[in-house]
Design a protein around this ligand. Structure first.
Ligand code: F6R
Length: 585
């Protein structure tokens, strides 16, 4: 989604804002802008493109002043154009705002403002915030009063930062993230700690329904009724400062390659929470699992494995679907919410619904200071470090490792060899050349299917998601047995099919599917510990415990998606139209 940032202090604001925006670009990335205040004047530059492009074109870093705001956009209302980029000035030019989220009643508010003579330059919902602030500030000449009146009128999900021409900053949070970085002689406002982590690790997490005023180095926080809120400073984990690509060409490749290490960290900082969660899972009658995208796919793996190895029945529900079927949830149950960012609006909404039915919330999260962490009863940390590549890679395997640890606690006969998993990952990662060669075959292909049975079916779904995101090639996960019930009609010489086929109880049936597909002329990539003449290409995975195959088979498909993205000249770190943390519904 969009990211917002603000700065006030003793240093020049613009270079600090641009650096913060570069760090947060993964959240959304179709346009960029910065506004600064100098000598009671607001200067503003913005345009379509990535931070680097827009900075080179408009010299954002050169804007004068020690106070400023900035934004990277992921379009929701209005096309990707220079005018729709943020910051948005108010009609008088005396206030500028940056906004993340959606203003649901913007049409009504816009019509009212237009009747009063306000003009609008952009198609965005955000611009109304600037003009509402102007209207209320003209009446009251008081920023606190202005923020109270403005937040009372806005409906939806938002966080915004407003800069007034006297240099005062005001910011509000309503169901979108907003964090203050507290430096020695400066303050930062940001959607993510990455916006300021290089400058300070002291942060104040703004509560939902609160707003902030910063004027001449004085920080005040209020709730939307105007009551004073005492700031509570938290230390941010330095681990989150590790957001460099190092020698890797892309974050995605770095994050794929880190997995032989990150699997050792999953759940480690929250061991007690994991034990507590296991206790709840053991004693609860109804357990639901939820997440979006890759995190939902991890919940599908969890459903299979908990049933098979811990005899615990669960129901996986796509987070965004729960609002349409809240009756699926029995009161007083457990909801396990899985989310890398902990900020996905759909997941937060699912949690909200479950809480209304008095459910306990166990969450599996990478960002332990996220909104989801604060909404949960028990939080288990993935601890895989910042994941910057928009497509989830290492967070998925960390989610699976946490699941294995839970299963190990639930069933004492299961002993998982984490060293073995790590060495399997390392061995597969050595296969770059083979995987690059296969990727080069995919360049002109328009459809890829991924087939698996049993526990390998959710991995097929996850693999198809990775291929779609990174390469823009249409891809679909198929449950092996379903082939004859429809997808076989699609098999011809233009198609590639990835067969997930380790030598376990699914092996023979899946090999039969591979032969049926091959007979129709499609090319087969076999992911297996055993070669077969049915495969045109064989990617060998080491033989492991049946339980841990899902991790081994995920790695080559992540790598294949990455190299196919390079072949197709797409940007693997920032796929078009996507955002890392989807904070709108
Ligand atoms: C897939 C991907 C997305 C996310 C989804 C949920 O590669 O990145 O599908 O998995 O947006 O995000 P989190 O886990 O942050 O809730």
């Amino acid at each position: 989604m969009c990211s917002i940032i603000g700065y006030t202090g003793e240093d020049d604001a613009a270079p600090i804002l641009v650096k913060g925006l570069r760090r947060m670009e993964y959240r959304g990335y179709d346009s960029v802008g910065v506004a600064t205040e100098s000598e009671n004047q607001i200067e503003l530059k913005k345009g379509v493109g990535k931070v680097e492009e827009v900075n080179t074109k408009f010299h954002l870093e050169k804007l004068p002043g020690k106070i400023g705001i900035g934004h990277t956009r992921w379009a929701t209302h209005g096309k990707v154009t220079d005018l729709n980029a943020h910051p948005h000035p108010s009609n008088s030019g005396k206030i500028a705002i940056v906004h993340n989220g959606i203003i649901e009643n913007f049409t009504e508010l816009k019509q009212e403002l237009e009747k009063e003579g306000y003009k609008f330059q952009s198609e965005t919902d955000s611009e109304i915030i600037a003009n509402l602030l102007q209207k209320h500030f003209q009446d009251s000449k008081d920023v606190k009063e202005t923020m109270l009146k403005t937040t009372a009128e806005l409906k939806g999900h938002y966080s915004f930062i407003a800069m007034f021409e006297n240099g005062e900053l005001a910011a509000a949070r309503f169901h979108e993230p907003l964090i203050i970085g507290v430096g020695e002689k400066n303050y930062f406002l940001s959607s993510d700690v990455l916006g300021f982590i290089e400058q300070t690790d002291d942060a104040v997490y703004i509560n939902n329904g609160n707003f902030v005023l910063i004027n001449q180095a004085k920080l005040q926080i209020f709730d939307f009724d105007g009551n004073v809120i005492k700031p509570e400073i938290t230390k941010v984990s330095k681990e989150f400062a590790d957001v460099y690509k190092g020698d890797y060409a892309h974050f995605t490749l770095k994050e794929i390659s880190e997995q032989s290490d990150t699997i050792f960290r999953a759940g480690e900082s929250t061991k007690e929470a994991l034990k507590e969660a296991v206790d709840y899972l053991r004693h609860s009658k109804n357990i639901y699992l939820t997440g979006s995208g890759t995190s939902y796919n991890a919940s599908l793996v969890a459903k299979y494995l908990l049933a098979k190895y811990a005899k615990i029945k669960t129901e996986s529900i796509i987070s965004s679907e729960l609002q349409f079927s809240p009756d699926l949830i029995e009161p007083n149950s457990i909801l396990v919410a899985i989310s890398q960012s902990g900020e996905s609006a759909d997941v937060l909404e699912a949690v909200n619904i479950a809480k209304k039915s008095n459910c306990k919330i166990i969450s599996i999260i990478n960002s332990l200071t996220s909104s989801l962490a604060r909404e949960s009863d028990i939080v288990i940390g993935m601890n895989c470090g910042p994941e910057i590549g928009v497509a989830a890679t290492k967070s998925f395997t960390s989610q699976l490792i946490i699941l294995y640890k839970i299963i190990q606690e639930l069933n004492e006969e299961i002993k998982i060899n984490f060293e073995e998993i790590s060495s399997s990952i390392s061995k597969i990662l050595e296969e770059h050349n083979l995987i690059k060669k296969i990727a080069s075959e995919l360049k002109e292909i328009s459809d890829i299917y991924v087939l698996g049975r049993g526990i390998h079916y959710p991995i097929a779904i996850e693999s198809a998601l990775k291929i779609k995101e990174l390469t823009y090639i249409h891809a679909e996960g198929i449950a092996g047995g379903e082939l004859k019930h429809g997808p076989l009609a699609l098999m011809d010489t233009n198609v590639f099919v990835i067969i997930i086929n380790p030598e376990d109880s699914t092996y023979q049936d899946t090999l039969t599917s591979a032969r049926e597909i091959k007979a129709r002329g499609a090319k087969i990539i076999g992911i297996s510990d055993k070669n077969s003449d049915a495969y045109d290409f064989w990617v060998k995975i080491p033989k492991t415990d049946e339980l841990t195959y899902p991790i081994s088979e995920t790695i080559p498909i992540q790598l294949l998606s990455y190299y196919a993205a390079l072949e197709k000249e797409t940007d693997p770190d920032y796929p078009r139209n996507l955002a890392k943390s989807v904070t709108v519904k």
